[in-house]
Write a protein that binds this ligand. Structure first.
Ligand SMILES: [Zn+2]
Length: 462
């Protein structure tokens, strides 16, 4: 055996030590996973790819559902049937559509590794999370063989998240919750970011999501009896009436809402601030009304402390330019900090738009938000992050987007949403966008944080 062969086996040995049973780097694994296209509705090939990698890594797999649009499985250190309390790491294998692929720097499903990043649809959302989880958990396969650990550690990989999750997390929860037996779920959500702290904008703040907003999507429509001539009085025009109603709705003054979760978040942030801001964050109910303008003008804070009503689409059947179409629809995307009933929302929209004859239909709703009170699992994660990045701040946050986490929170399972790495503001813009990519460093950071977290659980640390 020559020097080259020795060198090859040394590298292989080191990789096995670092990345468990898989003789492949995280970036290579992510690149291959991204290459298996899995736009929602066609997830099975990507799920099967990952399932095979989990088996190669020595994990015990259990397939819950194996349909093309609903492929859900678990991969664990111990078989699920062992009944051990289970620390569950959740990810979804579906991705959103790639959009116009000619606009991408590299083809969206090429998984190109370039400029110290892995490129492609799903690279951040949500395939990187699965790679971090697989690399971290598989590093404990031998430990689990040699000793009886207090917990099982499981990757839960599901479909359909980008379309509401009923065929993914929803199905697993409804049909297999007892078998899965989760004591905690770590899924997607917050991440590390900068420019959060006024006292020290350069300090990285890692936000661990403990709640996200409830979403209700409405179709607002107006109809004519047949199309009208473009020369009619403008007040009779259904388009004009709808646009005016939507304008009245958008002009409503936003109210700052301080819920139990946002109060907790604010108080935790206060530990990292100074002077007046520290005081404001420590007593949000008292001081927030005084700095209302500042909060409403801040894109991040306004998301966290207000409900939002966004028009996402206005549509009507085709009509020539001198005719008013016979119907017009607007889609309204509403997000709430607190549980909101459909009837109350419809009443509110009617009152604020003042649009007679408008029909309001609920298109879809997500479960009301339930909040996870930070417990010892939160502390494990927090400590793991701080061991990896000692100068950082870690706070519980509200995550404004909707994901699978609420399925678990609704079953009163502590659920933390967190991509365990620092993501720059620029990188965050690539999510659901063209040129989605994740810096390779993020993968290594995520694996390290997860490994530290698992070590704490293995040690039974409280
Ligand atoms: Zn996602």
């Amino acid at each position: 055996m020559g020097f080259k062969q020795h060198f090859f086996f040394l590298i292989l040995f080191l990789k096995l030590q670092v990345f468990g049973q898989l003789p492949v780097s995280p970036e290579q694994l992510l690149s291959e996973y991204v290459q298996v296209k899995s736009v929602t509705g066609n997830e099975a090939p990507a799920a099967l790819f990952l399932l095979e990698k989990c088996r190669e890594a020595g994990l015990k797999t259990f397939i819950f559902n194996d349909e093309q649009n609903s492929f859900n499985f678990a991969a664990s250190l111990y078989p699920l049937e062992s009944g051990k309390p289970n620390v569950v790491f959740h990810s979804h294998c579906d991705v959103v559509h790639e959009g116009d692929s000619s606009k991408w720097t590299y083809p969206p499903f090429s998984g190109t590794i370039a400029d110290s990043a892995v490129w492609g649809r799903g690279a951040i959302d949500n395939k990187a999370l699965a790679v971090m989880q697989l690399m971290a958990i598989s590093g404990f396969v031998d430990t689990a063989r040699q000793a009886e650990l207090p917990y099982n550690f499981t990757m839960l990989v599901v479909s359909n998240e980008e379309n509401g999750g009923q065929l993914g997390a929803g199905r697993v929860i409804n049909e297999y919750l007892d078998l899965l037996n989760p004591v905690v779920v770590f899924g997607e959500g917050g991440t590390g970011t900068k420019n959060v702290l006024m006292a020290d904008p350069e300090r990285t703040v890692y936000g661990i999501s403990i709640i996200h907003k409830q979403g209700i999507w409405l179709d607002l429509s107006l109809k004519n009896n047949g199309s009208a001539h473009g020369a009619i009085a403008s007040g009779d025009n259904i388009y004009n009436r709808l646009v005016a109603g939507l304008y009245r709705l958008q002009r409503q003054k936003q109210k700052i809402k301080i819920t139990d979760a946002s109060c907790l978040m604010s108080k935790e942030l206060s530990a990292y601030e100074k002077g007046f801001i520290k005081c404001v964050y420590r007593h949000p109910k008292l001081f927030f009304p005084l700095v209302k303008k500042r909060i409403l003008n801040d894109p991040l804070l306004s998301l966290i402390f207000t409900d939002t009503y966004n028009i996402t689409n206005i549509d009507s059947p085709y009509s020539p330019m001198n005719s008013v179409a016979n119907e017009v629809h607007a889609i309204l995307d509403c997000r709430f900090l607190e549980p909101t009933r459909n009837e109350d929302l419809i009443h509110y929209i009617n009152r604020k738009t003042r649009c007679p004859g408008m029909n309001i239909q609920v298109l879809k709703e997500s479960a009301a938000a339930v909040f996870t009170q930070p417990d010892r699992y939160y502390r494990w994660l927090r400590e793991a992050v701080l061991q990896n990045d000692p100068d950082a701040a870690v706070v519980p946050i509200l995550f404004p987007a909707i994901c699978d986490n609420n399925y678990f929170r609704n079953k009163e399972i502590p659920t933390y949403g967190f991509l365990p790495c620092y993501i720059s503001a620029e990188s965050a813009k690539w999510i659901h966008n063209i040129d989605e990519r994740i810096p390779i460093d993020c993968l290594y950071q995520g694996i390290d944080i997860y490994r530290r977290l698992i070590k704490k659980a293995v040690a039974g640390q409280y």
